[in-house]
Design a protein. Structure first.
Length: 486
């Protein structure tokens, strides 16, 4: 059995119950610390009050002894007056009689080594239930004062029953009963209040989380109703501005992206079907006419038409497969350091101009290195040159330069240019401007879209820069360090 299964049985699954349990546990620790501090502080203050009461009683006894008056036995606190040269106590009271100090004194006589702060009362084996029983055998704090008999008159010393050279010591026992009683009462009150407080804290945390999670539950219910075929549902954004608002806004943004992606996919499928239907229709019509009238068919021309439409279908299929791979972010071979200057120079020398004569020039010689896939870089540059060749009147100019951390490549043609309002639209898929609407000569409408996707794949950008004549495409790629040995 898994070791975590016993814990899972008692640990609640509900966030509300978990939060209530966590809040109650934290509150229990805090209340226990506060109770410990209050207990000790109350006991300290109770002990301090008992010491003050004992001190008042002490000085009252000292005043009586200085007057030669033997204190009465009735007292709120235990006391005993002892003297050197006496086996019995001079005076006692407040429960000390239970120890029978009349036979001998209970507390030690003065010895000249200072007064004790704590004394241990003897065990009274025949005590009556009461104060002596609680005190017997225990160590208790005492407050003391000493009186020299030679400072008193002989009459007063005689009245007290001590010798003229005796030394008296007054003991007043500090009773812990008051402090302990107050502490016990406080402990009981704190325990009751703590238990009630824990229940209230747990309940408040439970219902607070329950109220706080209501918008989340509403978001969950609505999000569960969203389907791939209809992602137009949106959650209600609370106006409170807290974390739930941020969650709702993020979910709405995600749903909007899903909606946009679904709409883009539908447009892409429709455009792809439309593009495939045109060459297929032309190819099928050409073959059906040739088969219907074989004796009057120019078979070389029919084969040429079929081959041309097949090449269009092949190019379109390759472009669609490449776009699908780019959309899925499929991994490619490891990046290499490519010299874009050498790549552009080679494409310039090898580019065919079969349909009409054009001048293609490349005027850069400085190496320009970038990290990426060489086949994808070649496809990107070839698409830009293909697009320029379809629109150029006489000349295409390619240039490369290094700008700090970037490699900047431009492809400029002297064609009619691109209207400002179409500067971004031309990078959309299956988009052709009016002068390039020919299905046979205008391309598939995917070249610039593929080029921009490849630029983004290599952490670069592809934009159309304004020019007074023609169109100028600018490719910016992160510059790579020059390889060693080059």
């Amino acid at each position: 059995m898994n070791a975590t299964e016993p814990r899972r049985r008692w640990w609640p699954r509900s966030i509300r119950a978990r939060t209530a349990l966590a809040a109650a546990s934290a509150a229990a620790v805090i209340l226990a610390c506060i109770g410990w501090w209050v207990h000790h502080d109350v006991y300290r203050q109770g002990t301090q009050i008992a010491e003050e009461q004992a001190a008042v009683q002490l000085w009252a006894l000292v005043d009586q002894l200085n007057e030669g008056v033997v204190p009465v036995r009735t007292s709120a606190v235990p006391y005993e007056v002892v003297a050197t040269g006496r086996r019995s106590a001079v005076a006692y009271g407040g429960g000390m009689a239970d120890f029978d100090p009349g036979t001998r004194h209970v507390l030690p006589a003065p010895t000249g080594q200072g007064s004790p702060s704590f004394v241990r009362l003897p065990v009274n084996r025949d005590y009556n239930p009461g104060l002596s029983g609680d005190m017997a055998g225990g160590t208790h704090r005492v407050v003391t004062a000493e009186i020299n008999a030679d400072e008193l008159s002989s009459d007063k010393a005689a009245a007290l029953g001590v010798a003229a050279d005796a030394k008296l010591r007054v003991y007043v026992v500090v009773l812990p009963d008051t402090a302990e009683a107050i502490s016990e009462t406080t402990d009981r009150l704190l325990l009751r209040a703590g238990l009630v407080g824990l229940v209230l804290i747990a309940a408040a945390a439970y219902f607070a989380v329950r109220i706080a999670l209501r918008p989340v539950e509403a978001i969950r219910v609505l999000t569960a109703s969203v389907t791939a075929s209809d992602p137009r549902e949106r959650v209600t954004v609370p106006a409170t501005g807290h974390e739930i608002t941020a969650l709702a806004t993020t979910i709405n943004t995600t749903l909007q992206r899903l909606d946009d992606a679904a709409a883009q996919q539908r447009r892409f499928v429709a455009d792809a079907a439309h593009e495939l239907r045109s060459p297929l229709t032309t190819l099928l019509a050409s073959l059906e006419v040739a088969l219907a009238y074989p004796e009057r068919t120019d078979w070389p021309a029919a084969a040429t038409t079929a081959a041309r439409q097949t090449r269009r279908l092949q190019a379109l299929a390759e472009d669609l497969l490449l776009l699908a791979r780019l959309d899925t972010r499929a991994p490619t071979a490891g990046p290499e350091t490519i010299d874009l200057t050498a790549l552009a120079s080679r494409l310039t020398e090898q580019y065919p101009f079969d349909e009409r004569p054009l001048t293609l020039t490349f005027d850069s010689t400085a190496p320009a290195h970038a990290q990426g896939n060489p086949d994808e870089f070649e496809r990107l540059l070839r698409n830009l040159i293909d697009n320029a060749a379809r629109h150029a009147a006489h000349r295409i100019q390619i240039s490369i330069r290094n700008e700090d951390a970037w490699v900047v490549l431009t492809v400029h043609d002297d064609g009619p240019g691109v209207p400002t309002e179409d500067a971004e639209r031309i990078f959309e898929r299956f988009v052709r401007l009016d002068d390039a609407r020919s299905r046979d000569h205008g391309g598939t409408g995917l070249g610039l879209a593929i080029a921009r996707d490849l630029a983004h794949r290599h952490r670069g950008t592809l934009t159309l820069t304004p020019r007074t004549l023609g169109a100028c495409f600018q490719l910016r790629l992160p510059r790579a360090p020059t390889p060693a040995g080059k």
